[in-house]
Design a protein around this ligand. Structure first.
Ligand code: AMP
Ligand code: ZN
Length: 421
């Protein structure tokens, strides 16, 4: 395993090279460096990275589709796109070398989670423009496991194949796995005995420790949190090892920093802030100091698994997912954390924001039928939400199975009616 000193030497060597490369080959970076009055040669130490101007999501949008390419277009082996909620998507490009690097990192991530040759990986991430499908596919190939590319949806068939093909590794969004908990029972399966699942690779959206417990209890598997984003190849940026105490960042390819999202100031390790990544060897679309909007903390202590790769805490959410309700900041992940800790609360919930005279936060919660009309239970949920969020939420209990489930892609649990009112 690489020791911190060796890692830092590798990072510095790669950083200096990529900065030079981005400056020479991407007009946007040259312009930003010139405006900031720095040259690639100004980067002499790892800390000097703080001199490099940030890159933000709108830079990718403004340069749609391929304005940030550092290579001629005929060197591209693949293009993916991340669906933005508004306007044009972000297009990401890969050379052959980029695809190889991405596969290697995915393979490493699978290996760290314990996936081996002989495992049967059911890949329920969406195949297509979304990087999840192919990213996890490449990971399975890299470790020599068997991959079943079921992609999203068609839950009955997923479950049938999971049983009949003796799937050992489930890869999908955590919200879909939570949905499979109830769907498998509804289809008459006994998840622990009918399925042979032993590992789960879950990511692409925030989830909670409580959701992990529920999934593990139902399926008897070990669930690993996987983090990544299209701009940084896709999945495979960070993953939990068997300790599952933070996600190891593959720091030989991604230099990670945390910054204060309001001021841009670099924070000490351990402080919560916005994650910023510099890709250390991307060929097609290098990104320097890319602001992710994702909020987390970085810590650098050696892990009990023996790796020194820095770890990030489970992502709390994106700063742009943060809901501001009457001036109070609320993350959907906090609501999930509260709800999943209450026995009798189902797996599905919905957050609805509205405004008449004041902002209002309503939470619809699925519960077992015996608790539906239980005012004490309702009070308990309200009290727990108040204690964590600091605001009064209107809680409505609804029957199990009544809230919309998403069988495709990431869960959409927040409905904000405020802009329309
Ligand atoms: P996309 O590029 O469409 O795959 O979206 C990437 C975004 O998904 C990240 O910036 C995060 O906000 C979110 N995301 C990915 N993995 C995780 C994870 N393990 N936990 C929380 N959020 C995640
Ligand atoms: Zn570890």
């Amino acid at each position: 395993m690489l020791k911190p000193k060796q890692m830092k030497a590798i990072q510095l060597r790669k950083l200096r090279k990529i900065v030079e490369y981005a400056y020479r080959n991407v007009p946007l970076f040259k312009k930003r460096f010139d405006e900031a009055g720095i040259k690639p040669s100004s980067i002499r130490t790892l800390d000097d990275v703080a001199k490099v101007p940030f890159t933000v999501k709108t830079d990718l949008r403004d340069n749609y589709p391929l304005g940030l390419l550092a290579v001629p277009q005929d060197r591209l082996y693949a293009l993916h796109a991340s669906s933005g909620t508004t306007g044009k998507p972000i297009v990401v490009a890969y050379t052959r070398g980029d695809l190889e690097c991405w596969s290697r990192l995915m393979g490493r991530s699978f290996d760290v989670a314990g996936v081996r040759k002989g495992d049967i990986v059911q890949n329920m991430y969406g195949y297509g423009l979304f990087t999840g499908g192919l990213g996890f596919h490449y990971g399975a190939r890299a470790v020599g496991a068997t991959v079943i590319p079921t992609s999203t949806g068609n839950t009955k068939r997923q479950l049938m194949l999971m049983k009949d093909l003796r799937t050992t590794v489930a890869a999908c969004t955590p919200s879909y796995m939570v949905y499979l908990c109830e769907a498998s029972r509804a289809e008459g399966y006994m998840p622990r005995t009918d399925f042979a699942l032993r590992i789960g690779l879950f990511g692409a959206e925030p989830w909670s420790e409580e959701a992990r417990k529920r999934i593990e209890e139902v399926f008897g598997l070990r669930a690993h949190d996987c983090f990544g984003m299209s701009e940084l190849y896709g999945p495979g940026v960070a993953i939990e090892c068997d300790q599952r105490n933070g996600l190891h960042v593959w720091s030989d390819e991604f230099l990670v920093e945390t910054i204060n999202p309001d001021t841009g100031e670099v924070l000490e390790p351990g402080k919560e802030g916005e994650l910023v990544f510099t890709m250390l060897s991307r060929e097609a679309m290098p990104l320097l100091r890319y602001r992710t909007r994702d909020l987390s903390r970085v810590f650098e202590e050696e892990c009990a698994c023996g790796r020194y790769h820095p770890r990030i805490r489970r992502i709390k959410g994106r700063s742009d997912d943060m809901l501001i309700v009457g001036g109070v900041n609320v993350f959907p992940s906090q609501v999930e954390h509260v709800l999943m800790n209450i026995p009798g609360v189902g797996d599905q919930y919905q957050i609805i924001l509205s405004h008449t005279d004041l902002d209002r936060l309503a939470v619809k919660v699925e519960t077992t039928s015996d608790r539906l009309n239980d005012p004490k239970f309702l009070k308990e949920i309200q009290g727990d939400l108040l204690a964590v969020l600091g605001i009064n939420a209107d809680v409505a209990l609804v029957e199990l199975g009544t809230l919309p489930r998403s069988e495709v892609g990431k869960a959409r649990r927040v409905i904000d009616l405020r802009s329309k009112e």
